[in-house]
Design a protein around this ligand. Structure first.
Ligand code: PGA
Length: 234
């Protein structure tokens, strides 16, 4: 894995934007793996303000809360519509369906989508505990899409978006680490001091399921894009 450190989030996001643009310019039918959270927001804003055309491209999101309807303002469907798809529609955009009662059917559907649309460029954020997507510590490195229990630290980190901690969903459907590793190229973005431990463990620590993002050490084409704060323990 290659590590690039930028002065701040804005410069780092600009690098990610240029990388993203190049992938689309080379192949307007590219498949993009997309992430939610605060980390990719500047990247998405740059994409929205660009003249790029995604109408032939495909997107596949990493995860969705289980039990939230897609029009709930905290759902990742809502987040993606508001922050990217409204301005930049893709030919096809896939997210897990957090309302499907038949979980097994939904997991199979999503795994088929990933198999049929190999991801050219995967965008990742990272949790304070090292999670990627909702692959929490101890997730197997060969995992496929599955229903996961969110850890107390993730529920706590996400409570800022809800009225109370009781409203934060406790489960999510997440693409597995095995599927993430099959992406041709990966950009992992991390900004701010609260990510510095997770980044140190990801880049310098042993490859271990206790730090899900450390699985990326075995991926040939991953760039870790950091601001100075997130890189401060490297
Ligand atoms: P954040 O979340 O971008 O809001 O920090 C990242 C994550 O939990 O994966």
């Amino acid at each position: 894995m290659e590590v690039k450190v930028f002065k701040d989030k804005k410069e780092a996001s600009l690098f990610a934007f240029n990388y993203f643009s190049d992938v689309l310019k080379k192949n307007n039918k590219a498949v993009f793996g997309l992430a939610t959270g605060s980390t990719p927001l500047d990247l998405y804003e740059n994409l929205c303000n660009s003249d790029l055309d995604f109408s032939n491209a495909t997107s596949i999101n990493l995860d969705e809360y289980y039990g939230l309807s897609s029009d709930n303002e905290q759902s990742y469907h809502y987040f993606m519509n508001e922050n990217l798809f409204k301005k930049k529609p893709f030919s096809k955009s896939y997210l897990p369906n957090g309302e499907e009662k038949d979980v097994e059917k939904e997991l199979n559907r999503y795994n088929e989508i990933i198999k049929n649309n190999p991801i050219d460029l995967q965008i990742l954020g990272i949790g304070n505990n090292g999670h990627i997507g909702f692959n929490e510590p101890s997730s197997p490195f060969d995992s496929k899409t599955r229903l996961v229990d969110l850890t107390p630290s993730t529920i706590d980190a996400n409570k800022r978006f809800f009225n109370s901690i009781d409203e934060v969903p406790k489960k999510a459907i997440s693409m597995g680490i095995g599927s993430i590793l099959e992406s041709k190229q990966i950009l992992l973005l991390a900004f701010g001091k609260n990510k510095k431990e997770a980044i140190k463990n990801t880049v310098k620590g042993p490859m271990d399921v206790s730090v899900p993002a450390s699985a990326l050490q075995q991926h040939k084409n991953t760039i870790v894009i950091l601001d100075e704060d997130a890189a401060s323990l490297l």
